[in-house]
Each structure stands twice: as C-alpha cells, then as structure tokens.
Design a protein around this ligand. Sequence first.
Ligand code: F6R
Length: 353
Amino acid sequence: DKGIYPYYMLKEIDEQVVVAHTLAQYYFDEAGQIRNIDDKIIEAIKAADRLYIVAAGTSYHAGLVGKRYFEQWTGIPTEVHISSEFAYDQPLLSQHPFFIFLSQSGETADSREVLDNIVKQGFPSLTVANVMNSTLTREADFALPLLAGPEIAVASTKAYTAQIIVEAILAHAAGNSHVDLKNELAKAAVEMQVIIDQKAAFKTIAEEALRGHQSAFYIGRGLDAAVAVEAALKLKEISYIQTEGFAAGELKHGTISLIEEGTPVFALLTQSKTAGLVRGEIAQVAARGANTVIISGKSLAKKNDAFVLPDVNELLMPLLTVIPAQLIAYYATLDRNLDVDRPRNLAKSVTVQ
Ligand code: F6R
C-alpha cells in the first residue's frame, strides 16, 4: 500500500532509513558484535584467494561499492561482474574463488545462469537477496537477507542501500578493520534522514537542471564513480533522459566533446583523495558551457555547490550520495508527467536472459 505517497518509489526512498536500522539490529548485538551470519560464511570468505561479486543493474552497482569494503577490510582481491557477461564469457578464475550474488528479487535469470555454472564447477557461493526463498538464495551454498521489505517500484532504491550495508557488514565480519561499523552505520542512517528531509531541494535542482534537456551526465572518482553509474541508471530508466555516469578522469578521453551550452553535469564529490582532481574536471566542463550541479561532502564543500552532504565515514558516503540521485530522478520524472513506478519496457524482475 502506498499510504500517503503518490508513488512507491518515494515511499521506498523514505524507507531506506528504517531499513538501515533494521539491518543494524539484525546483524549486530548490543556490544557491536556481528550476529546472524553463519561462521561458515565468514570462514568461506577468509579461505578465498579472490572474491567474485556477480549481479545485474542496480545490484551490480552496489557490488562496485562493496568491492572497496572487501578489499580494504579483508585484503582479498575482489572482482565485480555483470552476470549476463560472466554467464557466457567466464573470466579466468583464481584457485580458490568465492562467489557473492547480489539481487533484490533473487530471480534474475542472468545471475541464475552464472550460479548454475559455478555450482557445476564446484565453487562455493553466497546470495544476498531481498526475497529469501528465491531461486538464487535456494541454490547458493549460503544466503543472507537484505530485509528491505517489498520493493514495488521498478527502479530499485532501498535494495541498493541495503546491499551496500550488508556488504559492509560482511566485509567487516570477515576482515580486521578498526572501524566501529555499528556506530558508523547508525550515524549514516541519521544523516540519510537529514538528506531525505530536504527533498524539496532536489525537486528544485531537478527542475532547474533537467527541464527541457534530453541528456545529462554524472561524474565522480572512486566511490563517487561507483555511485555515478547508479545515479545515471536511476535518472535514465524512469525519466528517459539519456544519462551517462562515469569516472570523471575519463572525460578528457572523449566524452567531453558532448558538452554543450547548458548540458547538465552532476558531479559527486565526497572522496578527499580525489576531490581536487574532480574540482578540476568540473572546471573543464563548466568552461565548455556545462551547467554543473555539485553534490559535495561537507568537509570538501565550496560556496556554490548545489547540495552539501553531511560527513560520515568516507567509505559509507555512497549511502548518502545516492539519495540526492534517487530524488533527482524521481522529481525529474514527475516533472515530465511520466509514471515513476512503471517506466516503459521494464519489468521488476527480469526472468529472461
Ligand atoms: C534498476 C533495477 C535493475 C535491477 C536488475 C537486477 O533500478 O532495478 O537494474 O537492479 O534488474 O535485479 P535483481 O537485483 O532483482 O537481481
């Protein structure tokens, strides 16, 4: 039931904070120790010489974020793969791979094909899904729930943030980091709510930047590049504005030729290591007439940035950064009088290859 909401998507964006709290309660005890993750899962991850995250669409994008957690906290090299590619073009694998399938529905045919293949090869696997008792959760060796509650809108929102949280928890449990993750996630959840409460700002940003435009860009580096591809998918899939999301440093290698007077370029700027470089890239597109909309972290913000995000642990910034992107997509779509929840040509669960 949509309740007071005009669309499920808006309801599901709002619910992300509840999901974050639910996950924290489920996966951490009072003392901040991890629970509800079978020791065998942790042992299987630790025994691997390489992790392979396999998923499609938004879930794949959550994998691009999770890779950083696994590599930083467990020290295990981690690859992220698009399931429809991996299924028919399996890369050379390490000696002791461990597979992590990410899926909202648990029924994505492309991911099922990969799971089938790797089960036949005898490799261990875990599915992290929102729908438990789905094909992907049943057929993997292990399964963990996203606990996001039903996601009805075709555009995935709360499943993405839930996937990032579960990846962080899993990497933290299998690794040795000094981050007080329970506490850091609690802080992130508080700040997610602070951003959601400022929805109206994104309505204005979306209308001013995107009205009358048929193409847009999202740029960022590192974790911001990972969020940029998700931000672009969200905007394009429901508003039909052709949007590219990519690593900001790639602009100069070709894409910058697309920048014209007024082209909307959203820049995500939350990673201190590369903030200076991204500022340079923003200046380059602005010099060619782009209408730049900068969404920055508080400690990196400058006077004319369009929206300033509260600071949380830099690794967890994607949980915050994606919310403006989801809301901008939502309001840009409303502004075009389109059905936010049911974009053309798409199904919620893609059960064909
Ligand atoms: C985009 C979206 C899709 C799904 C993809 C994978 O908003 O929802 O890209 O993420 O079809 O689906 P799941 O996660 O169910 O495997």
